[in-house]
Design a protein around this ligand. Sequence first.
Ligand code: HEC
Length: 163
Amino acid sequence: MRFSPFSTCRMRPARLGACVIATTVILATVTAVAHQGATGIVKERMETMSAIARELKTLAAMVKSNEVDGTAAKEIGARVAEDARRVPDQFPEGSLSDVSEARDTIWTDFADFEDKSADLATAAAALAERDAASLDRTALAQALKRMGRTCKSCHESYRLKKN
Ligand code: HEC
């Protein structure tokens, strides 16, 4: 099934709802079967990914409810950026297991994998650096979309289970 949730995220206010619903659906799907039976570094990175997904869900809920807390959103951006910067180290060469959904192409093109981690870190850091007061619903939806694209881009290349 090919499904591009973020393509619904046009920034016309009328479509924000559809965007957020699509984002929330994808995040719910990816967290549903979280890391059963994983150990060691595989478990650690699954926890990092799940933490990132939870942070984005919180942002999506703010957009959906139109109760935007700019300061909290900035803090989420900072935490996601920090998590994203740790991602490459959580994929030591060949670290696969039965439960891992990582593709072995991560290690044949590790520089690209690092770039894709950095894309998320950059997008999240951009949110962290906003003025809290400038973070209205539209701005937050845009930030969410920008981060969401980086998840999708990396998962399409390097995760067995696609969003
Ligand atoms: C640089 C690549 C990359 C980026 C960026 C990325 N992911 Fe992942 N993600 C992966 C890989 C690879 C896996 C599979 C890891 C494994 O199973 O060993 C994964 C797994 C996951 C999982 C499943 C965790 C589990 O418990 O099994 C979730 C949830 C997830 N990612 C959410 C996100 C979200 C949300 C974003 C964006 C905000 C994101 N990811 C960004 C590479 C990435």
